[in-house]
Design a protein around this ligand. Structure first.
Ligand code: FE2
Length: 428
């Protein structure tokens, strides 16, 4: 017979899990998750001010964001979940997602008609819109943009003037914005996460190097700090409703380096044989979170990931097309087959994504003229991405990210693959 830790009491009437939580909360040094070290700061971080770029500072000043006491803002320790069940419960609720691209004009006349130029980077993924400001789009154009993102996977906008507040507003238009319990954020704007590798490297003490960066590319489970972003992944797969449209805006752009790759999930699915597609349709896979928490019933067993089950092939409701929903960083196993079979199938599916250059796009963010930023908006339901770690955390590169969560993933058995829907040959 097992006894739940939650019912064990070590002194007085306080259950053990509560006792552990009290110790962690009252300690200046012990934390759960990624925030560890001799000096754990919460709230605005004064250390960030030493390396903040002129471009970021000016963008924030123009937007009225107060960074006088520090930047970025580290979420309050008392709001960081201690236990896996608490993290699992975040947004594990009823919520009615509205898909903005679903009823947009299929020709996207309001958006594309207003653009100076529309540049398709590759056949299957990636489009740049020239001559429009994201901050000024009408709702009709926003809907058409959502459709374009769902079709092309990722859409780029250069020469942007965009405040974090306006970026957040656009994200809220596209869905419920994720507010990360642990990740650094823009002061006063939960939901606007900070993407700033040189801060993590120089201030937070992450030791990611040209050399050890190689090791974790072979094995994502190797615990090199900051390993997450360089391995092909989709964001927030441990959520009940994982990420839909994610918007990364870089206000500090390296002239050279810090590129990002995106991979098409529609095309990865269409690379498979029709027989193998039939086998995979309807299967489910387990995904785990990047951050870890304690198991309430086994608190001494070490931190554990939040886990969530989603369909292996999912239908994007905006386009109606099927996409292969597995990723190298978070997907741990396929259900309904043996562990050995799961490993082999997963390896093959991830290789299909990574080895086929014709279903990928590599985006070079810079150079960007001073005072302007660059935006990428991608559909996390149908793409994967990874960053290129060639700046080694030493080149200034700073951005803000807003993620709109989408629907609960589903497979519509009557939905088609992209090539099927477009009438392209399937080449058995
Ligand atoms: Fe990501």
């Amino acid at each position: 017979m097992t006894t739940s830790t939650a019912t064990l009491k070590i002194q007085g009437d306080i259950p053990l899990d509560q006792e552990i939580e009290n110790i962690i909360r009252s300690s200046g040094k012990i934390t759960v998750g990624s925030r560890t070290g001799p000096e754990v700061i919460y709230g605005p971080d004064p250390r960030g001010l030493k390396i903040i770029s002129k471009e970021t500072r000016e963008r924030f000043e123009a937007a009225g964001i107060d960074i006088s006491e520090g930047y970025p803002s580290i979420p309050d320790k008392y709001k960081v979940p201690i236990y896996v069940d608490e993290a699992f419960a975040i947004r594990d609720d009823d919520y009615n997602y509205v898909d903005r691209g679903k009823n947009a004009d299929p020709e996207k006349k309001a958006l594309l008609g207003a653009a100076k130029e529309v540049i398709h980077y590759t056949k299957h993924i990636g489009t740049e819109i020239v001559g429009l400001q994201l901050a000024d789009l009408t709702d009709k154009q926003r809907d058409e943009l959502a459709l374009l993102i769902a079709e092309r996977g990722v859409v780029f906008f250069r020469d942007q003037k965009l405040t974090p507040q306006k970026q957040l507003e656009l994200g809220e238009y596209y869905g419920r914005v994720e507010k990360h319990p642990q990740a650094p954020q823009v002061n006063g704007l939960p939901g606007v996460s900070v993407i700033w590798q040189n801060y993590h490297q120089q201030v937070f003490g992450q030791n990611r190097t040209f050399k050890n960066n190689n090791y974790c590319n072979f094995d994502g489970s190797r615990n090199y700090p900051g390993r997450g972003t360089q391995i092909m992944h989709t964001d927030l797969v441990h959520e009940k409703r994982p990420a839909g449209i994610t918007h990364l805006h870089l206000d500090t752009v390296p002239d050279v380096g810090g590129d990002t790759f995106w991979f098409s999930g529609y095309a990865a699915y269409d690379k498979l044989s029709e027989e193998f597609k039939k086998f995979l349709d309807g299967k489910q896979a387990v995904h785990r979170s990047l951050h870890k928490y304690l198991d309430r019933d086994d608190p001494f067993g070490g931190p554990k990931n939040v886990e969530r089950v989603h369909p292996l092939v999912r239908t994007n409701p905006t386009t109606g097309w099927k996409s292969l929903y597995v990723n190298r960083l978070h997907t741990t196993r396929i259900l309904g087959v043996s562990p050995v079979e799961s490993d082999i199938i997963l390896k093959y599916l991830l290789d299909v994504y990574e080895k086929n250059a014709d279903i990928q796009v590599r985006f070079k963010w810079g150079p960007q003229k001073p005072g302007y930023g660059v935006s990428a908006l991608w559909d996390n339901r149908v793409t994967q991405h990874k960053s290129v770690f060639d700046t080694e955390g030493r080149t200034a590169r700073h951005g803000t990210r807003v993620t709109a969560l989408a629907e609960i993933p589903f497979l519509d058995p009557n939905s088609k693959s992209q090539r099927e829907a477009l009438g392209l040959p399937l080449d058995e």
